[in-house]
Ligand binder design. Structure first.
Ligand code: CA
Length: 654
């Protein structure tokens, strides 16, 4: 029996590299009215049998046929019969042992993803799908992170009972709180808020929720089983393979029609278990192993996908392109991007640019890993320290700004600038410029961010405590009024930093998970968006709305180019106080204020503010972020309130 290392050596041998790297893009099943063609890449198998089933989970095959080994390790069988809706798997013989596997390249599957399904994708398109288009790109991209089930689980959201927790809830365009017809929830709520991109947490088929189980089962879904198939528990009928496909398309279509672009959260860095379809069809090819035989576990989920292996890189690239082509996805958020390699990320960027135009599809990820990984050969991991090697239009979550604003996400009691830490002012100013300055200034970790386009500016995501819970944790004595003030301050602060803006759904209504850090498998009752709370805290929601509206009128902050950070000048800092001037001129001259002054005061005392020459107006204070909608002259003797952000605009001379 070959060991993992034996297999790895074989896959690295010239014999293998010359004979088994398949260049075609037709793996999986091609299924139309005029027939079906099955292709499986398994260079490791000595024999492969294809089994066809009527059902996606139960019963014996009604047809079994040996597949033919063709070149490059590809096994093939085709028929002139119509097989749409027929389920299948493979029986492989590897080293004298029989192993059953579903299809790693499957585009549809049965219940819990255990059998694959032949699908004629044209039959899964909802009405009007051919005309589905993403809305035009906006000056600023503001990403709102949403989980399918969390979004509509709360009965107060006013979604139809049968759609709660499902893709279908996103097709409801007119929901209100308890159906009162007054207070918008769901899509209309998000539209009012002003966000431009909806980021859907994992919605490919994952393994941690039983699709035949109780509806209350919950998981974030960072445990992929079938990368190219939608998750079944979000569909109204997970047992019928085409339903989840159509319903996910309906969700995207509806989001597009409501004015949102859609980002998919992708987890190519590991699989639910090591005993995956990858592993069953090509043992150890798709996984990393250390030289001493230990299984690489940089994901802390039991395995690391070997993105640097050519057939694996090709798989990931084609998967991304498939989601954009077939599902009209507008961008991707890569989970633990630091486990993937720089070459692959740049290759994906280029392929998307070639097809859709430069930067049209947004691409970013987490530039870290949970632990060391056994990346092979000369591959370079897409970690924060290697940001200079990544394309200018590949972004990374900026934990430095996040932690500077409200304290470390991992050390939960540690505060940041707004909640009591001292000495954070310099980092806050770095965050304002999206950490884009001369290389070397910040040390190795920050070597040369090329442009604000490489930075995702945020203070909360699904991971770690919510912003509200972090404030509670770090300020146990603070009353709700103070926490609200600091929440507003956090929002006004990061929303006046350069970079692309991102936040966890509900941050804007003081969402809480009762202090829980990583609620990935906590009850849905804790994780669900609380639509009653969204109304109760509508003052905070309004504050976010004002900030978002103002942001798109500040082209100086939206500037993602390498020159963008040069717009920030007159940077001043003293204890608890930071200020700077923003050159807000835009190429088309459409801006209302040619110059903007922004002040952050985290102290508990009011401070005096001087704006400088010209006519200035107040755009935003710690209480009201919509002053810019009217006209509020900045008088002499202006003060900034304690624990607040003040934004002033200089009226353009005409
Ligand atoms: Ca599943």
């Amino acid at each position: 029996m070959r060991t993992a290392l034996d297999w790895k050596r074989y896959y690295s041998s010239p014999e293998f590299l010359d004979n088994y790297i398949y260049a075609g893009n037709d793996l999986g099943v091609t299924c139309t009215d005029s027939g079906a063609s099955f292709k499986l890449w398994s260079p490791s198998a000595d024999r492969v049998t294809l089994n066809l089933y009527q059902d996606g989970g139960k019963g014996k095959p009604f047809f079994c046929v040996p597949m033919t080994k063709e070149e490059k390790g590809v096994w093939h069988w085709s028929t002139a019969e119509r097989l749409h809706g027929v389920y299948y798997d493979f029986l492989l013989e590897i080293e004298g042992k029989e192993v059953r596997s579903a299809d790693p390249w499957a585009k549809a599957c049965g219940l819990n993803g255990q059998r694959s399904m032949a699908v004629d994708l044209s039959r899964t398109d909802p009405e009007g799908w051919a005309d589905d288009r993403a809305p035009e790109r906006t000056r600023e991209q503001i990403i709102y992170e949403v989980h399918v089930k969390e979004f509509s689980w709360d009965p107060a959201g006013g979604f139809p009972e049968a759609y709660r927790g499902k893709y279908k809830a996103f097709t409801c365009t007119d929901t209100t709180l308890n159906g009162d017809g007054i207070h918008p929830t769901g899509l209309r709520y998000m539209k009012d808020l002003g966000i431009t991109h909806v980021q859907i947490m994992p919605a490919y088929d994952y393994g941690s929720v039983n699709e035949a189980g109780e509806d209350t089962e919950f998981n974030w879904g960072y445990d992929p089983v079938n990368y190219n198939v939608p998750e079944g528990s979000y569909s109204t009928d997970p047992a019928r393979g085409e339903v989840r496909i159509r319903e996910m398309k309906e969700m995207i279509q509806s989001l597009h029609a409501s004015g949102f672009r859609v980002i998919m959260d992708v987890v190519y860095n590991h699989t639910y278990t090591l005993d995956s379809w990858f592993q069953r069809t090509a043992p150890w090819y798709f996984y990393r192993v250390f030289e001493d035989g230990r299984i690489s576990n940089g994901s802390a989920c039991g395995n690391d996908v070997a993105s640097e292996r050519e057939m694996c890189a090709k798989y990931i690239l084609e998967s991304v392109l498939y989601w954009t082509e077939e599902y009209h996805i507008d961008g991707f958020r890569f989970d633990l991007m630091g486990l993937l390699d720089v070459d692959l990320m740049n290759r994906i960027r280029k392929a998307l640019d070639d097809r859709y135009g430069r930067g049209e599809k947004i691409l970013f990820g987490e530039p870290w890993a949970a632990a060391e990984t056994a990346m092979e050969g000369n591959a370079v991991p897409a970690l924060k320290k290697n940001i200079a090697l990544l394309d200018e239009k590949i972004g990374m979550f900026c934990d430095d700004t996040r932690d500077a604003v409200k304290g470390s996400a991992l050390k939960i009691r540690r505060p940041g600038f707004i909640n009591g830490a001292r000495g954070m002012e310099a980092d806050i100013l770095r965050g304002v410029r999206a950490w884009c300055l001369d290389s070397g200034e910040y040390g190795e970790d920050h070597a040369a961010v090329k442009a604000p386009s490489q930075i995702i500016t945020y203070v909360s995501s699904h991971d770690n405590q919510t912003l509200w819970d972090k404030l509670t944790e770090t300020l146990p004595q603070a009353d709700d009024a103070e926490k609200m003030r600091l929440n507003r301050m956090a929002a006004a602060l990061y929303m006046t930093c350069q970079g692309t803006l991102f936040f966890l759904s509900g941050e804007e209504f003081a969402r809480t998970k009762n202090g829980m850090e990583d609620s990935f498998n906590a009850p849905i009752g804790l994780n669900r968006l609380d639509w009653t709370q969204a109304w109760e805290n509508h003052g905070l929601v309004e504050y976010y709305r004002g900030l978002i509206g103002l942001r798109s009128r500040l082209p100086g902050l939206c500037d993602k180019s390498a020159r963008g950070p040069e717009r920030i000048s007159a940077m001043n800092r003293s204890e608890g106080l930071v200020s700077f001037i923003l050159d807000n001129r835009s190429a088309d001259g459409s801006e209302r204020w040619d110059c903007v002054k922004i002040i952050y005061n985290s102290s508990r005392a009011a401070r005096s503010v001087s704006a400088g020459g010209g006519t200035w107006e107040i755009l935003c204070t710690g209480e009201d972020s919509s002053l810019w909608q009217g006209h509020h002259p900045a008088e002499k003797g202006l003060m900034i309130a304690p624990q607040s952000v003040l934004i002033l605009g200089r009226t353009k001379k005409t």
